[in-house]
Design a protein around this ligand. Sequence first.
Ligand SMILES: Nc1ncnc2c1ncn2[C@@H]1O[C@H](COP(=O)(O)OP(=O)(O)OP(=O)(O)O)[C@@H](O)[C@H]1O
Ligand SMILES: [Mg+2]
Length: 287
Amino acid sequence: MPDTAVHLASGKVRELYALDHERLLLVASDRISTFDVILPTEIPDKGCILTGLSAFWFARSCHIVPNHVLALRDDGRSLECRRLEMLPVEVVVRGYLSGSGWNDYLATGSVCGHELPPGLVESARLPEPIVTPATKAATGHDDNIDATAAAALVGAARWAEAEAVALALYDFAAAHAHARGIILADTKFELGLDQDGTLVLGDEALTPDSSRFWPADEYSPGRPQPSYDKQYVRDYCEALGWDKTAPGPEVPDDVVGGTRARYVEAFELLTGIRFDAYLADPQVVLG
Ligand SMILES: Nc1ncnc2c1ncn2[C@@H]1O[C@H](COP(=O)(O)OP(=O)(O)OP(=O)(O)O)[C@@H](O)[C@H]1O
Ligand SMILES: [Mg+2]
């Protein structure tokens, strides 16, 4: 555990430490949560996969927005970063209709105030990517809101800036992923302000925990898509008839293995770097 660091908080996945006034250490555990419940079983190496992928994207997206990374530690799961004042809004970008976006569309024909064409099917590609803000509710669930509500929370000019940054990040990452056979269906960014009031990208970015990645060759709208994320675990838990309240079920070895394999596959496809090589020297993702 970190030297003189002071433990600040435990998220569902990350432990937060203060290194000093300006610097935080974000340590990604191997915990996995489904339906906002942390499961008792861990997925080996998951924290390293998330941290490595985030560091990969942070290193390549500085031309779009500055980010909070100061250093990637050699354990592969710890990120030293600048302490930000996080915006109270999660900035979600959707290029495809899935998850809560699909549910909202079914109910209302729109998503977070974006009116969409009628007749779209589940997993349909949207005419253009949309930003769908959400607030972090105390329960752990995220509540979708519209742009007016987001602007009320952070200020209109700041919200416009956040939207533009998020769309540019999405376009950049979706193009990168597409060239590697992966659809970036949607993704969530967390932005904050540094001491100068500059908008900075924080948290994790473009990982399977914050994004839906779909294998492009299996893409078939009109149904849910197979994906490189927790879907495998979620399907297992749902098949048990679990009521989605804590405590979550233990997950058997084969489901753990299958989930780990999906996370590793996403890492290797997106980065073009072998996960073994990352574990041997995490700095390879920064190059
Ligand atoms: N640079 C930063 N400065 C301050 N806070 C940050 C920074 N980067 C990330 N965070 C915060 O650290 C936490 C990361 O922990 P984690 O992802 O495990 O939490 P979570 O389960 O998503 O949400 P919660 O914190 O509500 O439990 C988030 O609350 C995130 O907003
Ligand atoms: Mg988080």
